[in-house]
Design a protein around this ligand. Structure first.
Ligand code: AR6
Length: 181
């Protein structure tokens, strides 16, 4: 499994699955969530509403992940996860690690070969990009060395960062991550 760092818009990525930094309602919002819903079209919101009606009546918990089709996006699936909100006192890195781990598990379950992540919780939810990068790379490292990765065809994990600054932070942290960079 290899990690790639890219500067750009995650909605343009032609990968098997892109990950959405959603909120528990799954009904859309600002940031990357808003961009994904706009680019995917109204069917994505309909699919999220259906998930809420059927399996997720109380919403998607922080640290969990669930997949929908990607509709008009070039990707095949959107994996929605809910990062911890630092402004609401959610400061435990294990919650953020869970977002990456659960999303990778869902991607593997779908048979995805490629998955693209944004910097979950590094925008509206107020986490420092450096900490997000550290948690993300640790999660990918532990996923790829765990049994869960063994049966999955997952080959490429991309991080698609919207700003130059965040891209540089992710590159620096990756270079200093043993065995990954
Ligand atoms: N492609 C890649 N990254 C993007 C894009 C894009 N098109 N647009 C923004 N980013 P945020 P959060 C970056 O705020 O912190 C929403 O309202 C952005 O620059 O999208 O997890 C949800 O509904 C930042 O680095 O997500 C929730 O309520 C990163 O994506 C809440 O925001 C994450 O920023 C979630 O907040």
């Amino acid at each position: 499994m290899r990690i790639e760092i890219l500067h750009g818009d995650i909605t343009a990525r032609k990968v098997d699955a892109i990950v959405n930094a959603a909120n528990s309602s799954l009904l859309g919002g600002g940031g990357v969530d808003g961009a994904i819903h706009r680019a995917a079209g109204g069917e994505l919101l309909e699919a999220c509403r259906e998930l809420r009606r059927t399996q997720l009546q109380d919403g998607l918990p922080v640290g969990s992940a669930v997949a929908t089709p990607a509709f008009r996006l070039p990707a095949r699936w959107v994996i929605h996860t809910v990062g911890p909100n630092r402004h609401a006192g959610q400061t435990d890195p294990a919650l953020l690690a869970s977002c990456f781990q659960e999303s990778l598990t869902v991607a593997a379950g779908l048979g995805a070969q490629s998955v693209a992540f944004p910097a979950i919780s590094a925008g509206i939810y107020g986490w420092d990009a450096r900490q997000v990068a550290q948690v993300a790379f640790d999660a990918v490292g532990s996923f790829s060395s765990s049994g869960r990765a063994g049966d999955s065809p997952l080959e490429v994990v991309e991080f698609v960062l919207f700003s130059e600054d965040t891209t540089a932070v992710f590159r620096t942290v990756l270079e200093s991550s043993p065995g990954l960079g």
